[in-house]
Design a protein around this ligand. Structure first.
Ligand code: CP
Length: 382
């Protein structure tokens, strides 16, 4: 026997009535039992398989995430406005616990085993949709991707009817991306399931801002010493809005930089300094967060020539010199290379945190799914 820990007595092999398959149960003293089907009809093979896979099984089931005192007690995550500084800090510290787990060879735990989560994306997405899917699956939940373009929405069903229909399948969480501002909140008032806003029109993208905050926190620790520039199409950007709210609550000072026509009319209501000139706006900044021109939301409006735009507002090595010496570059993606950001700079891992943002996205979404489901459980139990 290879394993020093595992002995024959710890393995029970059995076959259920009318079943062709052997099952095995591994039970170490003082440890939770592990059950698995061998898929083999042969007893000896089953024992060999159990010994061979024991280390994998142990890694899969024994991952332990230490829980801190829960500060975030909400069952929906639809906007950042109603998050307190303490709640944001708590979500970030819970997210941190998943970072090293996400680097392990075997990335599977059973924290959310048996839970049902729906991805409902009514707008295109690469990062957010897949990252929620990876997060849910790593936690052991069942995630269903609804292919909206093949759904009954095309036959005239209303959005709220679709949500009510899915709600009747007793899901735990609906993750929603939709072009309408405020739709996630509306849906959260209609369904029993929890709702996570994965981007609603030009309004909010809470998990993007949380993952950006986690990326920054892991580089700088103290937000109160930071000045962060958010540059580009501020008017149409849900990422800009959620980041302004979250990063300023954490204590960072924010500069917004963009053409006048792409600054929201109510921008002065936000705790930001406003610039239309990159040189002035980037002065003394530790982070430069670039935004994509939201072409899909500029329908019918005049859009600057892309070359002219890049010359004035696109970030390259020369403009980055206006910021602090070692300033980092961020971008939520998807990027338009050569429009808002120089391609070489985007790929320069000594300056760009773009891939780090994607990695932090999985950790943040794991924490959000876990916390929201635990909060739902607590509501039912109390
Ligand atoms: N940042 C972001 O929301 O990217 P996707 O549109 O690819 O999800």
């Amino acid at each position: 026997m290879k394993s020093k820990l595992l002995k024959s007595g710890h393995i029970k092999l059995y076959k259920r009535e009318n079943s062709n398959y052997w099952q095995m149960k591994i039970k170490l003293p003082k440890a939770k039992a592990i059950r698995i089907s061998t898929g083999s009809k042969i007893l000896n093979d089953a024992e060999k398989i159990s010994l061979k896979y024991f280390s994998t099984l142990i890694k899969k089931t024994n991952v332990c995430i230490k829980r801190s005192k829960n500060i975030f007690k909400k069952i929906h995550l639809v906007e950042t406005d109603d998050l307190t500084k303490k709640e944001i800090e708590f979500i970030l510290s819970e997210s941190n616990k998943f970072i090293s787990f996400n680097k392990k060879r075997i990335k599977k735990m059973n924290l959310l085993e048996g839970r049902t989560i729906f991805n409902l994306f009514f707008e295109d997405s690469t990062r957010t949709r897949t990252s929620f899917e990876v997060a849910a699956k790593r936690l052991g939940a069942d995630l269903i991707n609804v292919v909206v373009k093949d759904s009954s929405i095309n036959k005239g069903e209303t959005l709220l009817d679709t949500m009510t229909t899915i709600n009747s399948m007793n899901p735990d969480i609906l993750i929603i991306r939709h072009p309408e501002d405020g739709i996630s909140k509306k849906i959260s008032n209609t369904v029993d399931a929890s709702v996570i806003n994965a981007g609603d029109g030009s309004h909010e993208h809470p998990t993007q801002a949380l993952l950006d905050a986690l990326t920054i926190k892991n580089k700088f620790k103290d937000f109160s010493k930071l000045r962060i520039a958010i540059c580009g199409d501020i008017l149409h950007s849900r990422v800009a809005r959620s980041n302004i709210i979250i990063l300023s609550k954490l204590g960072a000072r924010i500069n917004v930089i963009g053409p006048n026509e792409w600054l929201p009319k109510n921008i002065k209501q936000f705790p930001v300094k406003i610039f239309t000139d990159m040189k002035k706006g980037l002065f003394n900044c530790d982070i430069v967060m670039m935004l994509r021109i939201q072409k899909e939301r500029i329908v019918g409006k005049i859009m600057s020539n892309q070359k002219t735009y890049f010359k004035k507002y696109g970030l390259d090595y020369n403009k980055l010199k206006y910021a602090k010496k070692n300033a980092f570059v961020m971008h939520p993606g998807p990027m338009n290379r050569g429009v808002e950001i120089d391609s070489k700079l985007a790929d320069d891992i000594t300056r760009s945190l773009i891939q780090e943002q994607v990695a932090m996205g999985v950790a943040v979404r794991m924490a959000c799914l876990d916390l929201i489901i635990k909060n739902r459980d607590n509501l039912v139990n109390n």
